[in-house]
Design a binder for this molecule. Structure first.
Ligand SMILES: Nc1nc2c(c(=O)[nH]1)N(C=O)[C@@H](CNc1ccc(C(=O)N[C@@H](CCC(=O)O)C(=O)O)cc1)CN2
Ligand SMILES: Nc1ncnc2c1ncn2[C@@H]1O[C@H](COP(=O)(O)OP(=O)(O)OP(=O)(O)O)[C@@H](O)[C@H]1O
Length: 193
């Protein structure tokens, strides 16, 4: 039987996704632009040479321009690959969108045979994805527990990009949940620590 918190989370995921899907295309573009602009001005971005980021899929905040800007600025951009059996997340250096492949869930992942693996210790900063966040930086993800596992033992900087619609009063918290240090929305920056 599923635990009560898991059921809550499942419902929360569904309702957050519905909320995000209801953002109109023009509003989506504008908010993504504002989040991006604020992000590029942040110390997080300026001080990170090796950055881990997901390849976004709507209705998530768009990360494609961040990847491109990173390449322009000579940063090392690492993107995640899921290991479904162990629920482990590994990162590979991405230098072209053509190095991506679709493995499952309609998500883009690095093609392992043509990209170099980057170990966790070499990653300075991680942009952590999620569906909902509290102002303390706690996060509801897609449910794999991939980032919770990756972040336990990660000592670098963490940040999430979110629409203000993704900020919630509270979330069902569990012992393994690791908060992100800051959140950038179209309206401002939240310092969580
Ligand atoms: N763009 C993007 N890429 C990303 C993430 C993300 O949030 N956004 N991830 C962030 O972690 C990882 C992928 N996360 C995943 C999380 C769960 C499942 C999955 O298989 N889910 C179950 C349902 C789980 C549930 O609802 O309880 C399934 O579909 O069977 C797949 C991928 C890595 N890449
Ligand atoms: N550090 C960990 N060690 C072992 N199991 C974990 C850890 N973190 C999470 N899990 C397991 O992973 C499952 C999914 O966790 P959770 O619902 O918190 O995922 P999520 O935060 O929504 O997803 P993600 O971290 O991928 O964005 C849970 O059943 C949990 O037991």
């Amino acid at each position: 039987m599923k635990r009560r918190d898991d059921m809550d989370k499942k419902e929360l995921r569904r309702s957050q996704l519905d909320l995000l899907k209801a953002i109109s295309p023009l509003e989506y573009e504008q908010k993504c632009f504002e989040i991006e602009q604020r992000f590029f001005r942040s110390d997080f971005w300026k001080n990170s040479e090796v950055v881990a980021v997901t390849v976004s899929k709507p209705p998530e905040v768009n990360t494609w321009n961040i990847i491109k800007r990173g390449w322009e600025e000579g940063k090392t951009i690492c993107v995640p690959k899921c290991m479904p059996k162990t629920k482990e997340l590994i990162f590979h250096e991405l230098n072209s969108f053509q190095e991506l492949e679709t493995v499952f869930y309609g998500l883009f992942e690095p093609t392992p045979s043509i990209t170099k693996r980057v170990h966790r210790d070499s990653i300075q900063s991680v942009i952590v994805p999620g569906l909902a966040y509290t102002e303390k930086g706690y996060r509801l993800g897609f449910g794999g527990g991939y980032y919770d596992r990756f972040l336990s033992g990660f000592n670098g900087h963490t940040l999430s990009l979110a629409f203000s619609e993704q900020l919630v009063e509270n979330l069902p918290l569990e012992s393994f949940d690791i908060p992100v240090a800051e959140i950038i929305t179209e309206n401002g920056r939240i310092h969580c620590e």
